[in-house]
Design a binder for this molecule. Sequence first.
Ligand code: UD1
Length: 360
Amino acid sequence: MKLLLVAGARPNFMKIAPLERELKRCSISIPGFNLSWKLVHTGQHYDNHMSSVFFKELGIAEPDYYLNAGGGTHAQQTAKIMVGFEEICSKDPADIVLVVGDVNSTIACSITAKKLHMKVAHVEAGLRSGDMSMPEEINRMVTDSISDFFFATEQSSVDNLVNEGKDRGHIYYVGNIMIDNLYYQLGKMGGSNKTGKYGVVTLHRPSNVDEEKTFSEILKALVEISKDIPLFFPAHPRTKKQLHAFGLVNMLNSGDIKLLPPLAYMEFLGLWKNALFVLTDSGGLQEETTALGVPCFTIRENTERPITVTEGTNTLTGTTYIGILNAYNNYKAGKIKQGKIPDLWDGNTAKRIVDILAFL
Ligand code: UD1
């Protein structure tokens, strides 16, 4: 059986790396192992610090196909990926196209594959924020509506898929593949960790950084917090662009916020794992902080990853100055969530997925 693995944007690479590693391991060590695979990089993310540095650090092989489909509006980007991916699938068809996460590459490749009568497997299926203003929510819902095999990271995802009428026999609760990558990289880490008392910030959601009023209110709260605890802020390209477009860069100087370029995986891990807390709107970081027990304040009204709140170290702050400051003041007053690691976030998710795929 042949698989086409799809990776497009930064948060995909951490999910593809453990899968590829496990596929390689099985093909070397298991006689008669029946899965072969090729890797497609759509090029949704294309800068060195958003893409190739992750391939190198996470040990992902050079992609078999590269689509160069980055930039543009959602429609332009999705369309470019679909056209390029259709060509690949037509000349090099697979039995199963495996997509991960919720980015434009995920939806584009699953639609294309399905129309060419290939099966689609979705890793990180079933997550729902209930917020249709997020492009990721649309990507998740459309991808799941046409996928054949669903790999879920938490029980809420299984429940969502069942409620949406999916065949229970094709929903697999396998744990969290991002955490496979996290533990693996942690194991390789040397002593080059940041020390001291500080917090880490990441922001990139369009709803947080594309609207001046919301963005400046969030920054006002960050400035206030940074007067107590210095903050490091590695900025996504979108965020950096908007900081300049709205003339908000100077606000950072009124507090102790150090703006950094997007960091490679290990450097970023070395920074956030020793932080007092993380302030973020990222999906993946909500899960990674829960796995390592680092307090996380999620600057959003909702999360598609509720287990990080109910079991983990995550707190939703909303996007207002008051909301963010309230959450921080609770933390300062000693109300710190301890959290626990969710079931099957154990570093063996890729193994479970490959075991299932091999017996389909
Ligand atoms: C995408 C995902 C989001 C994910 C995020 C992680 C979708 C809908 N969104 O958002 O779920 O959390 O990636 O980073 O797929 N850009 C660069 N260099 C790059 C990549 C992008 O400069 O290497 C620029 C683009 O040209 C664009 C902006 O950053 O102006 C946004 O990129 P895009 O891929 O459209 O979406 P993200 O905001 O990165």
